[in-house]
Structure formats: structure tokens, C-alpha cells
Ligand binder design. Structure first.
Ligand code: ANZ
Length: 856
């Protein structure tokens, strides 16, 4: 059915006319603007992750901004002063790549798309506070990225270093670890290589412990999966740093180990081939080994980190003809270079304990190195529950009968990683693994050869990019080799015009080619100097944008700490699970850094988080290349905003994927037409006293009032829509076959529909509200309280028959299910007596009235 047919059927439902009318009124009166200091209502900050302006909105956006709008509208109805802002994450590669293709300015593409998305969001009826719009690519915004950079630089949290970085050969830019997925560029899919470059970093590792520990506060408020992904990403390991002497070298080499208890079992030593240490050690070896090492290093440099960490890959390596000395027993350990040790984890070197570490064992077996067991994993620990192992036939292996050979890792190839008691380990002998770890650390500390240490998988955040369309890094390289910040009063460092600039990726920033722009002066001496040509990772922009919304357009500060105190942290944040790691981790880090600067009073930016599912089509992800897109604008034009919104909200739980093939926009449009029609039929006067009305209808209305708060707070939006449909049907029934349209209960119910429908179909809801004789806006009306006397469940009398004779009656809730009714009947004392122990051959249940048993 088309909308015009629906309009004909519903009488007055013309979604486009209603939409235009109410959107014009909202634009004129601005009812959804957040209140200022004069507003005494409590505050709520509702936020959906801001969009990237790539073309028009898609169905994923439709879903995201619908959900945040439902929540924003809900809190307004609850009497809160709600902040629901919108902005654009408008720097980044797609704009630049589109510009290169068409020889245009990335600005044009970006701002055109922003305008289109803005118009679409307005048509969609989202209750944003439009007075706070921001675009991260505006100098007025990115100047504060530069300010943030300087504040981090002041505190040693922004720094430059040379190190091997992930390099995307297609996009010709560096990538953060987070932007490398399975060895490939997250954006373009090209295989990522390593390149040694000097880059700018943010020292997020300094916050690793806090980023990890504070996740506990979010338990129950963020999806558990996201918390777990953050934990794994930070990847804290606890153990010891142990210093080893290297024969013929003055400086000691430190290794990180989670198993200092196994020090006596170390039989060799491994360094990452691509570490400086490996090259240095190799340089002292024979010509032949040097040659072999060089060849090996070349292969390793072409191997991805993922491959290097793959467990079942054959082990490779080169003996460097050098020895390390075990600090605990003076044993000489041959030093190998092998690629399973990574240069940038721990210290890029390990003590190898083949008996108890699988990778070391594989290596030892491949190169014939000794294996020494130091933990007897067969020795029971007091109080420990014995683990019974099964052989390949499923027969329990008796630990007492298992000979040492059965478990010797050198023979079985299986490292002993379990619990047990220390053996062959001098003074550690007899201790459990856990106690031995503690004792070994004490011994190392006492001997000055080691200390307790933690290690993280998390790396510092590489923020410089060799691309044009981003925030220029506000640093200056002086002619005498200093690197100095651009003073605050000279910010922003604005991007130059693209005239005469070649944006094609070349491995260095295109900004370097803007010679007039690059040429500047040393802020301290006034001597000629050069600007840093790199731009910032766009995740910097989104790491603090939620604070900028609090001080829209301020030229004096990035955000007002006083406003942050009033509004922050964000109460309800919603977005895609694709941001589970990067964006959230960076925003959490920057919030903590700002907390340490005394600028915000909270340490976590988002108090609660929801990840919405995806909108898919026939089981498949929608994509331009597959040509299976459902177009937002088309849907909007065909069915109107409200039908689209209701259909999406009704399609299923927020977190689930929604298959557009199962979504019924026509069904939603019909429902809206019915809702509007009942409102127009109401004949009683506004502000009626309805205590007298039809009780059955009143019960449905008040059950909605009783449940709706909880349902929305648990984001069960689809259930709320179902309850609205139920209520509209009940109203229809009362009008058609009950006391009629003049009954006060009809008005009461229709008003409830309008007030709650506002969450999903705000234009229709406003129209209903007007038809019911009230002044706008229903979006600002406080919701009603349920009448407790109407919530008591209605009960009915059910009859129980045995072989056709009435044997009992039961008082049961009117809504009882057949299963429940049968169970209640079977449990009834009188019924049980008349059934006796005869066999029941048939049961017929007609809830809530009859249960009929046939017995033999
Ligand atoms: C000796 C040892 C004995 C180890 C044992 C483990 C078991 P996680 O838990 O991932 O932090 N290691 C240290 N640095 C490394 C590097 N750069 N590349 C590869 N491996 C490295 O792992 C920590 C363990 O990984 C460390 O503890 C070290 O091996 C190894 F029975 O030291 B262990």
C-alpha cells in the first residue's frame, strides 16, 4: 500500500504534510535546545557517535540517531534538561581520496556531504540541539586539537621518536596498530609493511593501568564484550624484568618474563632479529654468521607481525655465537636471533625456557637445544584438586604410573605449563609455581639482577599522518635543530589552500609541498623555521568532541570546565561496535589526561554505552559494491520519517542486526494512520476527568504507564512499540464496539499514545496532540503516573471438568496462558482427588475459562 492509499484509508494521514508542518514549527520555536543555567531541571547528556560525512546518511545512521533520539525524548518527558547534540567528524582520508580523483578540494566534498546529512537528519525529525553543531574540519574546532596537543606536549605526553611503524603502501601513510587488521590496512585492505620513521606519539601507555582498572567501574553499564575487548587490547602481563650479562658486552640486557620461577630452566637466549641489539651482537660474530644474519633479517622484515606470532609455524633463527649469563646460577646461554621474539614487546629479548614454554620448546627441538624441566607438574599441590588426564582411548592416566618419559617435553613436544612443584631449582625447590615466582623476584631484587615488572600489549598512540586533510601538528622545526611548539596565541595553524598543491600520496605529507605555508619563524628567536608538515590522526578529533558540545563556538577555550562539571560525563552513549576499541580507548585516555590537568572532574567519559546492531539485507551486510543498499532518502520519501522510525524501532532488540527484508514500513505507516485517526475521533473535551471511563481500556493505558519507563531504560524499544499498537487497537475497540468515542477513557488512552509515540513518531505524535486540542509541543510534556488501582490484574473463574463433569472452579488471572492454567488445575487439591491415580488420556485447555481432563 502506498502512503496515499494509506492516507485515503486513514482519512488524514499524509506523513509528508505532517512532517513539513512540525519541522517548520520546531525550527521556529527550537523546543529541543538544551536549557542553560536558568533551567533548574536535572540534566541528562545523550549522545550518538557523530557521523563521518561520506555521502548521504545510510540506514546505519537512521538506526543510530533514532535510538539516541528515543532516549533524549524519553528524558525530556521525565522532566530532564536534555542535551542531545550533533556534529561531524569531517577530517579524514575518504574526502582526500575523492578530491584527488576529481582534482578538487577536500573541503568541497566534505561540506557538501555535511549539508546533505544535516538536511536528512532534520527531515528525519531528530530532536537535536542544532545550536551546538560542530565540524572537526573547521579551524575553530581543530585549533583546539592543536591546543590539546600542546597541553599533552607540556606534560611529556606528546613526543617524537624513531621506530618501526606500520606503513600502508597504498595510502602512503603510517597506521596505528589499531588500524592494522590481520596484517592489512583497515581502510584500503593493502598489506601493511614496516618502515622506520620518526613520528609523533601520544604516551597512552602511561595510562595503561588506569585504562585497565577503571573498566571495572563500567561493568554493567557498558556491553561486557566491549570491556573485554578493551582489556585484551591493553593486555597487561605481570612478571619480572631480569638483567642478563652478555659476554663481551659492558651493558646488561633486560628481558621481561611472566615466569621468573623458571630461571633455572633457561637453556638459551633469544633476541628479536629486527632489534638494534641483534644487529649489534651479530656484528661481533664470524663473517659467515654475519652473512647469514643479514639474509635472515631481510626475510623477517617482510614477515607480518601476525605471522611471526602464529604458533604452528616452523621455527627459524640464527645462532649469533655469543652468550648470555644466567644471573641466578651463572650458566652460559647461547644467544639466537629468532623471529618469534618481537622487537617492540617487552625488551625485545627473552630467556628461553623450553620445558615450560611451547614456543621455546618448538625452537629447542628444531635446533637441538637442551630442555631442562624445573616444575614437576605431576607433583600434587596440597589442597589442589587432582586433574585426571585421559589417554587417546579415554582411559584415565594414573599419574603414579606415568613414567617421567611420558611427560618429558623434549620427547613429547608438549611444554609443561601447568601447576606443580619446583625441582632442579636450588632454593626454590619444593615451592609451588606461584610462591616460586614471588621468591624468585625477591632473590633477583636482593641480588640487583631484576625486579617485579608489568608489561602491556598496548603501544603508544602514533598520531602523525602524512596526509593533507587533518589537523596540522602545531610544531616548528628551527634551523638549529630544535622542535618547538607554536604558542597558543598563534593557533590555529590553519591548513593552506590547495591551489598548487599535489595531494597524491608520496610517502611524505603533501603539506611539505606548500612552501609558503611551511616557511615560518622560530617563535622564540624570530629566525626562519619550518612547520611540521604532518597532520593528526582523526581519532584525536573524536577523542574529546563530546566536551566541545558543551561550549559551542567558544573562542576562548576548548570547553568550559564549569559546563563539563554540569553536563559530564555523557550519560548515554550509542554507536557501532566497530568503535569498541580505538575511539573509546582514546576518548578514555584523553578524559583521564584532562582530569589530571584539572579540567574535568570525571575520569571516564561515557557512563553507559550501547552498541546497536547493523541493518542488513537478506542476511548480508549492505554495501555499495554489492549493490544491495537500502537508501535512506528513498525510504524517507516513500514512507515518511515516522514510518521509517517506527519500523526500525519495532524491528527487534537494539543490539541485534535487523534484516531490512523483515522490516515493514508499510505496516508501520498503517499503524500511524490508525493512531492519528483515533485521536481525531475523540469527542470529549481536553482535560477531561476520566475516572468514569471504560475500565478495560483504562487498564491497558495504565499498564503502559507502569511499564514504559523500565522498558525504555532497558532499551526495549520494540516492546514499547508493540504496547502502543496494543493500546491503539484497544481504543479502536472501545470506539467501535464499546462505550464509543465520547468515553473519557478513549481520550485518556489517545493522549497516552501521543505522549509515548513521541519517542518514535514525533510528527504524528504532535499532530495527534493538536487534534486532541492541546498546544504544542507534546515532546515537552511530562508523562503521567499509572493509577495503581487499575494495575491489579483482572481475575476470572475457570471451570475444571473430569470426564465431562465439573469437578472444581479456580480463580485465575484473565491473561493466564494455557500451560499455566493446566498446571494450576493439576495442582488443585479437589481436582487431584477426583483424578485419583487414573491415567489421563486427553487434556483440553481453553484459557482462561476451561480445563477438561479425560481419564481412563
Ligand atoms: C620465560 C618464560 C618461561 C616465559 C615460561 C613464559 C613461560 P605475555 O604473557 O604475552 O606477556 N616474551 C617476552 N618478551 C617477548 C617478546 N618480545 N617476543 C616474544 N615473546 C616474548 O608473555 C610474556 C612471555 O613471553 C615472557 O615470559 C617471555 O617468555 C615471552 F615457562 O619468559 B617468558
Amino acid at each position: 500500500m502506498t502512503t496515499s492509499e494509506i492516507a485515503a484509508e486513514g482519512g488524514a494521514f499524509d506523513p509528508h504534510a505532517i512532517q513539513q508542518k512540525w519541522q517548520a514549527l520546531w525550527a521556529e520555536h527550537d523546543p529541543f535546545r538544551a536549557g542553560g543555567d536558568e533551567d533548574t531541571r536535572p540534566r541528562k547528556y545523550v549522545l550518538a557517535m557523530f557521523p563521518y560525512p561520506s555521502g548521504d546518511l545510510h540506514m546505519g545512521h537512521a538506526e543510530n540517531y533514532l535510538y539516541s533520539d528515543i532516549v533524549a525524548r524519553f528524558w525530556r518527558h521525565r522532566g530532564y534538561n536534555v542535551l542531545n547534540p550533533i556534529g561531524w567528524d569531517s577530517f579524514g582520508l575518504p574526502a582526500e581520496n575523492a578530491a584527488i580523483k576529481r582534482g578538487a578540494d577536500p573541503r568541497e566534498w566534505t561540506y557538501q556531504n555535511i549539508d546533505q546529512q544535516k538536511a536528512s537528519l532534520k527531515q528525519y525529525g531528530v530532536s537535536f540541539d542544532w545550536s551546538r553543531v560542530l565540524h572537526t574540519s573547521d579551524p575553530e574546532y581543530y585549533r583546539w586539537n592543536q591546543w590539546l596537543f600542546q597541553r599533552l606536549y607540556d606534560r611529556g605526553l606528546a613526543y617524537r621518536k624513531e621506530s618501526p611503524v606500520n606503513w600502508c603502501p597504498a595510502d602512503q601513510t603510517v597506521l596505528a596498530n589499531e588500524q592494522v587488521v590481520d596484517g592489512h590496512c583497515e581502510r584500503c585492505g593493502a598489506e601493511v609493511t614496516k618502515k622506520k620513521l620518526t613520528q609523533w606519539y601520544f604516551r597512552i601507555t602511561q595510562y595503561a593501568d588506569r585504562l585497565l582498572d577503571d573498566l571495572n567501574q563500567l561493568e554493567g553499564f557498558w556491553p561486557h564484550k566491549v570491556l573485554q575487548m578493551q582489556r585484551n587490547w591493553i593486555g597487561r602481563s605481570v612478571g619480572a624484568d631480569i638483567d642478563f650479562e652478555i659476554e663481551g658486552r659492558d651493558e646488561k640486557v633486560t628481558v621481561f618474563s611472566t615466569r621468573p620461577d623458571t630461571l633455572h630452566g633457561a637453556t638459551f637466549f633469544v633476541v628479536a632479529p629486527d632489534s638494534d641489539l641483534a644487529s649489534e651482537l651479530a656484528a661481533g660474530a664470524s663473517a659467515e654468521v654475519q652473512e647469514r644474519f643479514r639474509g635472515y633479517l631481510e626475510t623477517v622484515q617482510k614477515t607480518s607481525e601476525i605471522d611471526r606470532q602464529t604458533a604452528d609455524r616452523p621455527k627459524t633463527g640464527v645462532f649469533l655465537e655469543r652468550y648470555a649469563v644466567n644471573p641466578i646460577n651463572g650458566e652460559r646461554l647461547p644467544i639466537w636471533a629468532a623471529d618469534y621474539v618481537l622487537a617492540d614487546y617487552g625488551h625485545g629479548a627473552v630467556m628461553a625456557v623450553p620445558a615450560h614454554d611451547q614456543r621455546d620448546l618448538d625452537f629447542a627441538r628444531a635446533f637441538g637445544l637442551p630442555v631442562k624441566v624445573v616444575v614437576d607438574t605431576l607433583a600434587p599441590l596440597t589442597g589442589a584438586i587432582p586433574v585426571i588426564e585421559l589417554d587417546e582411548n579415554g582411559v584415565p592416566i594414573d599419574p603414579a604410573s606415568a613414567g617421567a618419559d611420558d611427560v618429558d617435553p623434549a620427547k613429547t613436544g608438549v611444554a609443561l605449563t601447568g601447576e606443580g612443584r619446583m625441582i632442579n631449582s636450588g632454593s626454590l625447590n619444593g615451592l609451588s609455581k606461584r610462591n616460586a615466582i614471588a621468591r624468585a623476584i625477591e632473590q633477583l631484587e636482593a641480588g640487583g639482577a631484576g625486579r617485579a615488572a608489568k608489561n602491556y600489549r598496548l603501544r603508544d598512540w602514533l598520531i602523525s599522518r602524512q596526509r593533507f586533510w587533518g589537523t596540522p601538528i602545531p610544531m616548528v622545526h628551527t634551523s638549529d635543530g630544535r622542535i618547538v611548539p607554536v604558542p597558543d596565541d598563534r593557533l590555529p595553524v590553519e591548513l593552506p589552500s590547495i591551489t598548487g598543491l599535489d595531494l597524491t600520496p608520496k610517502g611524505t605529507s603533501p603539506l611539505g609541498g606548500a612552501s609558503e605555508w611551511v616557511a615560518t619563524t622560530d617563535p622564540e628567536t624570530g629566525e626562519p623555521a619550518l612547520r611540521d608538515p604532518d597532520t593528526m590522526d582523526t581519532f584525536v578529533d573524536s577523542s574529546w568532541y563530546f566536551l566541545r558540545f558543551l561550549s559551542p563556538g567558544s573562542a576562548a577555550e576548548a570547553f568550559s570546565p564549569a559546563e563539563a562539571d554540569k553536563w559530564g560525563p555523557v550519560d548515554f552513549y550509542i554507536g557501532g561496535v566497530e568503535h569498541a576499541i580505538l575511539h573509546l580507548l582514546y576518548a578514555r585516555f584523553i578524559t583521564k589526561a584532562l582530569f589530571d590537568m584539572g579540567l574535568v572532574e570525571f575520569t571516564e567519559p561515557f557512563s553507559s554505552l550501547i552498541n546497536q546492531g547493523m541493518v542488513i539485507l537478506n542476511g548480508a551486510k549492505m554495501s555499495k559494491s554489492k549493490g544491495n543498499l537500502v537508501l535512506f532518502q528513498e525510504e524517507l520519501e516513500q514512507h515518511g520519517a515516522d514510518a521509517l522510525r517506527v519500523a526500525l524501532a519495532f524491528a527487534g532488540p537494539v543490539e541485534d542486526d535487523k534484516d531490512w527484508a523483515d522490516v515493514s514500513t508499510t505496516g508501520a505507516a498503517k499503524f500511524l494512520a490508525r493512531a492519528l485517526r483515533v485521536a481525531s475521533e475523540v469527542t470529549s473535551a481536553p482535560d477531561a476527568v476520566w475516572a468514569e471511563g471504560d475500565v478495560a481500556l483504562r487498564r491497558v493505558t495504565h499498564r503502559l504507564w507502569a511499564d514504559v519507563h523500565g522498558l525504555v531504560e532497558q532499551t526495549k524499544f520494540n516492546v514499547v512499540v508493540a504496547r502502543l499498537m496494543e493500546l491503539v487497537n484497544a481504543i479502536r475497540k472501545t470506539i467501535d464496539t464499546g462505550p464509543g468515542a465520547g468515553d473519557p477513557a478513549v481520550r485518556e488512552a489517545a493522549e497516552a499514545v501521543a505522549m509515548v509515540l513521541d519517542l518514535f513518531a514525533p510528527h504524528t505524535a504532535e499532530e495527534m496532540w493538536a487534534k486532541l486540542g492541546y498546544a504544542p509541543f507534546v515532546g515537552l510534556v511530562s508523562w503521567r503516573q499509572p493509577d495503581a488501582t487499575l494495575l491489579v490484574e483482572e481475575s476470572v473463574t475457570a471451570v475444571v471438568q473430569v470426564n465431562g463433569k465439573v469437578r472444581g472452579t479456580l480463580q485465575v488471572p484473565a491473561k493466564i496462558s494455557s500451560e499455566e492454567l493446566e498446571a494450576v488445575a493439576r495442582a488443585d487439591e479437589k481436582v487431584r482427588r477426583s483424578l485419583g491415580d487414573r491415567e489421563i488420556t486427553r487434556v483440553v485447555v481453553r484459557a482462561p475459562k476451561v480445563v477438561s481432563f479425560t481419564v481412563a
